[in-house]
Design a protein around this ligand. Structure first.
Ligand code: FMN
Ligand code: ATP
Length: 306
């Protein structure tokens, strides 16, 4: 797969079939749409292509309404790489893009630069200035500019339309065990191990804290059963997400006790896969009570699951 950050000088040589959207998470609805696009590409002998933005459109004009994201651009590149498509195109979402009307977007970017012959979008796709472009308008523009348009019906699981927002709501309400049936995999966060306060080590419960960008979604504070991927090996983990309320003014952290593991991994990359929430985060009267609770959590999980 070729990854293209589009600028005005780039013009494709091959004709393309294009799936359009933001694709946060690359959930089962997205995968279904991308399969439709790949079939079209094959049938019409076109390059298969996903076109998305480098940042969420709301982050430019209405940052406070912009959602925290399930996948970073890096995650997206990794995931699309497994889907056997020819090209992933990131459009730079800037002021100019935000103010481009749907017809100009279609003509200048899709037709002239990306040489589109087939566009595939979902039933609820919006595009162009203030999102005024609809699938019906795209169909009309397709007649004017000679490309076909496929509008994909809502993809549902258990009578629920799969969407990035639905999955984000499950994550932020701690229901991580319900994510997989919509996302097609468990929810995970990848980050580098950073230094915490080092308190865990002093009472013999070492934990790996991972650093996560502020634009990334995180689960509701609590203690989670997790799987930890370190250097392609899977370990069991118990992860605390939150503000460690037993301590005053503790910063938000994601820290994991890794079972049967004792390496120094500061600076190294971990993927934390969230399996299920075990309990909410609690404020304890003193550190001793906290330590007892964490020791009980660790023992209970070993007994019940490992
Ligand atoms: C399994 C587990 C459960 C935890 N539960 C809580 C909790 O309920 N309340 C709390 O204040 N801190 C909780 N913590 C966080 C501890 O306060 C934290 O490990 C300790 O402050 C060390 O922090 P540090 O990484 O900044 O050194 C938990 C940690 C782990 C590993
Ligand atoms: N369940 C679905 N069924 C069919 N098409 C979908 C589905 N979910 C998304 N799409 C389509 O996939 C493309 C990318 O989706 P996009 O990320 O923009 O929407 P989304 O998953 O509904 O996210 P959000 O919940 O943030 O609106 C769009 O063309 C969209 O219409």
């Amino acid at each position: 797969m070729e990854c293209v950050y589009l600028n005005k000088d780039i013009k494709f040589t091959n004709n393309t079939a294009i799936a359009l959207g933001f694709f946060d998470g690359i959930h089962l609805g997205h995968r279904n749409l991308i399969n439709t696009m790949k079939k079209k590409a094959k049938e019409l002998e076109l390059d298969s292509c996903v076109v998305t933005f480098d940042k969420h459109p709301l982050s430019l004009a209405f940052n406070k309404y912009a959602p925290k994201l399930i996948s970073s651009n890096e995650d997206k590149i990794k995931l699309f790489n497994t889907l056997d498509i020819n090209k992933l195109v990131f459009l730079n979402f800037d002021e100019e893009m935000m103010n481009t009307n749907p017809e100009i977007f279609t003509k200048q970017i899709l037709v002239d630069q990306l040489k589109v012959k087939s566009v595939i979008v979902g039933f609820n796709y919006n595009f162009g200035h203030k999102g005024i472009g609809t699938p019906d308008l795209l169909t009309q523009l397709g007649k004017d500019y000679n490309f076909d348009v496929t509008i994909v019906n809502p993809y549902e699981v258990d009578q629920e339309v799969v969407s990035s927002s639905l999955i984000r709501n499950l994550i932020t309400s701690g229901k991580v065990d319900a994510v997989e049936k919509y996302l097609g995999r468990k929810y995970s966060i990848t980050g580098k191990v950073i230094r915490g306060k080092g308190l865990g080590r002093t009472y013999n419960i070492p934990t790996a804290n991972i650093g996560v960008g502020s634009e990334h979604i995180t689960p509701e504070p609590g203690v989670y059963l997790t799987s930890v991927i370190y250097k392609n090996k899977v370990y069991d983990g118990l992860t605390n997400v939150g503000y460690n309320p037993t301590f005053k003014n503790h910063a938000f952290s994601i820290e994991t006790y890794i079972y049967d593991f004792s390496k120094d991994i500061y600076g190294e990359e971990l993927e934390i896969i969230f399996v299920e929430r075990i309990r909410k985060e609690k404020k304890f009267a003193n550190v001793n009570e906290l330590i007892h609770q964490i020791e009980d959590d660790i023992a209970l999980i070993r007994e019940k699951y490992l």
